[in-house]
Design a protein around this ligand. Structure first.
Ligand SMILES: C[S@@+](CC[C@H](N)C(=O)[O-])C[C@H]1O[C@@H](n2cnc3c(N)ncnc32)[C@H](O)[C@@H]1O
Length: 258
C-alpha cells in the first residue's frame, strides 16, 4: 500500500482532503444503491454470496445473539445471520437480532424492499450512522461484521476502535474485504478483469462508470492481509487471524474482544 499523505484519504487512486472523502463515498453509494445487489451478482458471478456464506459459517449464528453489521448496505449479511440463527434449536433463547448500520440512507432503503428481509421485520433495526462514530453504547453486541465496507471508511483505525468498543467481552469481529491475490498470475488476470470489465459493466448496467472505477481502484489501495491484521490487533483485538478466499481476491479477517 502507498503511504498516505497527512490529512488526506485515498479515494480510489487519488488522495483527497480527508474531510471530503465521506461525502464522495456517500455520492458513490447514492448512485449505485438501486442496482447494487444486481451489480454485485454480475461483477462477481455470484461468488460474493459464497464468501458471505463462509463468513456466516465461521460466525455460527445462534438464537439470543445480537449482531451489528456495519456498512451493511442492503443488509444481506444481517439477513443471513438471522436465517442461520433461526435454523438452530431455540433452547429457551430469544430470537437473534441484527442491526444494520450504514452511512447511506439510499442503500438501506433499497434493503427494506428485499423479500428475504421481510420475514425478519422487527428483528432487524436499521441505523443511519458512521462506522467511525457508531451511535451506540459500548459492550452491546455479540458479533460485529463489516462486509466490503471498511475500505470506504475515511479513518479505518477509528472504525476498528469503534468495533472493539461496541462488542461485548467474548464478542467476535469479522471483516470481509477485497484483498490481494497470493499468486502473481492470478493477480494479472484479476487486474485485467477488474480494470477492463467492471467499469464497463457499471457503465452499461448502472449507467455509472465512475463509481465502479472507484471500486476497483479502492481495492488496490487497501492494505495487504498481514498489514490489515496488524491494524486489527492495534485496535485491541485478540487472536487476530485471516483467511484468504478465492486465492486472496477477498479475505476474512477475524478478531476477538477478550
Ligand atoms: C460495497 S457496500 C457493502 C454493502 C454490504 N455490506 C455488502 O457486503 O454487500 C459498502 C457500504 O459501506 C457504506 N459506507 C461507506 N462508508 C461508511 C461509513 N463511514 N460508515 C458506515 N457505512 C459506510 C456505504 O454506504 C455502502 O453501503
Amino acid at each position: 500500500m502507498m503511504d498516505q499523505p497527512q490529512n488526506t484519504a485515498s479515494f480510489g487512486f487519488s488522495d483527497v482532503p480527508a474531510p471530503e472523502k465521506e461525502g464522495m463515498v456517500r455520492a458513490v453509494f447514492d448512485s449505485v444503491a438501486e442496482n447494487y445487489d444486481l451489480m454485485n451478482d454480475l461483477m462477481s458471478g455470484g461468488v460474493h454470496r459464497i464468501w458471505k456464506s463462509v463468513l456466516l459459517d465461521r460466525l455460527n449464528p445462534q438464537p439470543g445473539q445480537a449482531l451489528l453489521d456495519v456498512a451493511g448496505g442492503t443488509g444481506d449479511i444481517a439477513i443471513g445471520f438471522l436465517q442461520r440463527a433461526a435454523e438452530r434449536p431455540e433452547r429457551g433463547r430469544e430470537a437473534a437480532r441484527a442491526m444494520v448500520c450504514d452511512i447511506n440512507h439510499a442503500m438501506m432503503v433499497a434493503g427494506i424492499s428485499r423479500k428475504d428481509a421481510q420475514k425478519f421485520g422487527c428483528q432487524i433495526t436499521r441505523i443511519c450512522g458512521n462506522a467511525e462514530e457508531l451511535p451506540l453504547p459500548e459492550n452491546i453486541v455479540d458479533a460485529y461484521t463489516i462486509g466490503f465496507g471498511i475500505r470506504n471508511v475515511t479513518h479505518m483505525d477509528r472504525a476498528l476502535e469503534e468495533a472493539y468498543r461496541v462488542l461485548k467481552r467474548g464478542g467476535r469481529f469479522v471483516c470481509l474485504e477485497f484483498s490481494h491475490p497470493v499468486i502473481e498470475t492470478m493477480q494479472k488476470i484479476y487486474d485485467s478483469y477488474s480494470f477492463n470489465v467492471i467499469p464497463r459493466l457499471g457503465e452499461v448496467v448502472a449507467k455509472d462508470r465512475a463509481s465502479y472505477q472507484y471500486l476497483v481502484e479502492s481495492i488496490r489501495r487497501f492494505p495487504k492481509q498481514d498489514a490489515f491484521a496488524t491494524r486489527i490487533s492495534a485496535a485491541g483485538f485478540s487472536r487476530v487471524s485471516y483467511e484468504n478466499l478465492s486465492g486472496g481476491i477477498a479475505a476474512l479477517h477475524y478478531g476477538w474482544k477478550l
